[in-house]
Design a protein around this ligand. Sequence first.
Ligand SMILES: O=C(O)CCC(=O)C(=O)O
Ligand SMILES: [Fe+2]
Length: 352
Amino acid sequence: MPKRKRSSSSPSAQTFSLMEGNIDLLEGLIMHKEAISQEFENELVDFVQSQCAKGRKGEIKKPTYLRAAGTRSQGNQRESLMYGGFFDFNRQDCYVYMMLHRARPGKRGIVPPFPPILDRLVDHLINSNLLPADVRPDSCIINQYDKGDCIPPHVDHASYYRPISTLSLLGEEPMLVGSKFRTVRSCTWVPTVGKTIPLPRRSLLVLGGNSGNIAKHCISSCKGKRISITLRKQPDPDWKPDESELAGKKRSVEQKHNVVGGKEAASDDVTDKPKKKALSGSAKRRKKMMKQRGPVEPKCIETKGSGANSTTNNAQSPVVNMKRQPKSGEKQAKRNAKRMLKKRAEKNGAQS
Ligand SMILES: O=C(O)CCC(=O)C(=O)O
Ligand SMILES: [Fe+2]
């Protein structure tokens, strides 16, 4: 049974605890029930559903609207909407956008600013003391799950400030939070070192401290429809990724856990996946493109995971010099990226 304490700040707040050695993995995690009214929930659900319907019809483009796809997404058709900052969805999309826009994920301006309804939501959460005013979120990813959809275990990227928070709407699916997960089947995990946190409709889960920096979180195969609105504050404009991320080197344990100077990050699936897997066609193409691109190009921050996100914001990064002449390999890679984007768009069109 999870240890539940009442928070003094809010009568609806629950905290949890799970010791791994001398570290409480769930330190900083707070679940607030009834964070918004039922009327506001209806309004938000209408907004998300109408935007996703537009996305499916091609009226909202990538990366503002994205749909999970690819071999790792089998059975997972989660849809996402992004506002305020681009948030890498998976390596393939991230790569395509980097090639087409000469940009790194997280560059401001790639996705639209917050629509008024999200500004209103943030105001409400801050005014209700559920989120700290000095970490006001300026980036949002909305995930719309259908029955069977999931998000694999990951730690949100370390460049985002903590806490991050997730508002649950429409359905009630638990979030698994911990350091180790066993994959039961595709899209289904059980925490071997972790806890199952129930997320009632209209609840706000706040992941701060160890729960946001060290523990991973995931949603296993959903029983039905669910919408989550994840809010994060982006890194400062002069934030730069770690050298090893840019060079594609292996990340240190500390980086893997995204413990970077007390700051925090976006979701960057750090999943517990089988180590070796036959590469899919798109993965092979991606690998080939990576080779052509050379080692010093910006690299998506996704690590081993699938279908999650990393947002960085670094328009001034010297690595992304807009005026630099492309190398010949890059031209080919750019052509490949365009082809891949077209194929994906056709595929998405066929799905809708
Ligand atoms: O759907 C959720 O509640 C979690 C979403 C999430 O972890 C993410 O987008 O990083
Ligand atoms: Fe996340």
